[in-house]
Write a protein that binds this ligand. Structure first.
Ligand SMILES: [Zn+2]
Length: 415
């Protein structure tokens, strides 16, 4: 008998955690809520293995806690292991600054990294009664889907995925069939994305116009998104300096370090070489004196160098604030996008900059999600990692007759 325990990432975006319970117990992701450090439920009993779908905090943010309590062996691709190192260290730094108890320390992170076993796309292996297959998921460098066959049941976990390619990575490549249970993210269940080429052109136009008028375009970015933004800017030849700051620098280096996990390594290298890395306050202030483009963390605008830039730019009508992806509810960037006010700690600015929002999402949009379900035609489909999981499950059930559901955290379902 196979049971799936839903421990987090249920009817919400964030803190993904799903436990496959058979003779051996296998965890799929163990994340956190980025905005409030919320953790998934801790399962009772042992957890033998943990597969990390990709290097985002909402998927790996609590992995060091799981390893510490359960001693699980972790599996992930080479970029995911590097992103784990980068993001967990940063997470510890933030917890220290905010006086929050992280639940793990630097030594736990080191121990976690030592237990990691590297996997590659198209790997096919046996593990404690499971047959495991690893597939490319699109999304970000190193993101994987995990297919498991155990006790005669086939389960596919998509992690976060995108079937259409982006500038940075190829689309997902899943070619399996006869799935008993599909555990699928549905972040963009309600939204269709405009053709990327069109968005890119509008994005570049807004930035160019800002710089032509003598202003600065500030692009708050999640670290791991930065390489793709740099590639778009490089492709359209901006003629103004492009700066990159904060954790975006380290994340770009990780993407560069793993050529086989990116679509066009030469284009990424060219875009990265063309960007100027900012380290010192003096250089940051110099960058603020002339028209230019600044790509910086944090994407949620809760901290990082972006706060420094906002202090200098918020009142400047000739400057632009350009969002490039999904703004997580509850964060400073979302509040700003909705209200025009930038509020972090004691800071409360009425922002006079021009605010523009673009969506270079790394997630499958509504059309891609539906197409994927129609292709895979699972017997059961569990909608996870979405704000509209319940409604989307109802729609899929009604339209395609597939047994779809949106479990709650704490549910355990036999398949
Ligand atoms: Zn993700």
């Amino acid at each position: 008998m196979v049971k799936i325990h839903f421990l987090g990432g249920c009817r919400e975006v964030g803190r993904n955690a799903f436990l496959i319970d058979s003779k051996k117990r296998l965890m799929l992701d163990y994340g956190m809520h980025v905005e409030d450090q919320g953790r998934p439920l801790m399962p009772k009993g042992k957890v033998d293995y943990c597969f990390m779908s990709h290097g985002h905090l909402d998927h790996l943010g609590s992995s060091a806690i799981l390893q510490k309590h359960k001693g699980s062996v972790f599996f992930g691709t080479a970029p995911t292991i590097d992103f784990t190192d980068l993001l967990l260290r940063d997470s510890l730094k933030i917890a220290r600054i905010e006086g929050i108890e992280a639940g793990f320390n630097q030594a736990d992170v080191q121990k976690l990294l030592r237990t990691y076993e590297k996997v590659e796309y198209d790997d096919d292996f046996k593990l404690g009664g499971y047959n495991i297959k690893i597939y490319k998921a699109g999304h970000i460098p190193g993101a994987m889907m995990v297919e498991m066959v155990v006790d005669g049941k086939k389960i596919l976990y998509t992690g976060d995925f995108k079937t259409n390619p982006s500038r940075l990575v190829d689309g997902a490549e899943y070619d399996g069939s006869e799935i008993d249970a599909l555990i699928m993210e549905n972040t963009y269940a309600t939204r269709e994305q405009p053709p990327r080429e069109k968005s890119e052109k509008e994005f570049v136009k807004v930035i160019k116009e800002t710089c032509d008028k003598g202003g600065i375009a500030l692009l708050p970015s999640f670290a791991i998104r930065a390489p793709e933004i740099l590639m778009i800017l490089d492709k359209y030849k901006m003629n103004y300096p492009i700066y990159v700051d904060g954790m975006a620098k380290a994340a770009t280096k990780i993407s560069l370090k793993h050529p086989k996990f990116v679509k066009d390594h030469i284009a990424l290298k060219k875009a990265t070489d063309a960007a100027i890395s900012l380290e010192e306050l003096e250089d940051r202030n110099k960058a603020l004196k002339e028209p230019g483009i600044i790509v910086t963390t944090s994407g949620a605008m809760e901290g990082g160098p972006v706060v420094h830039y906002m202090k200098h730019l918020y009142a400047r009508k000739d400057c632009s604030l350009v969002f490039t992806g999904y703004q997580i509810p509850g964060t400073a960037s979302r509040y700003l996008a909705d209200t025009g006010r930038f509020i972090v700690g004691p800071i409360d600015f009425k922002v006079k900059m021009n605010i523009h929002s673009f969506s270079f999402s790394a997630h499958a949009d509504r059309k891609e999600l539906i197409k994927f379900i129609q292709k895979v035609r699972p017997k059961k489909c569990f909608m996870i990692h979405g704000d509209y999981s319940t409604k989307f499950a109802t729609e899929i059930k009604g339209r395609f007759g597939i047994d779809a559901a949106a479990p709650r955290a704490g549910d355990a379902i036999d398949i």
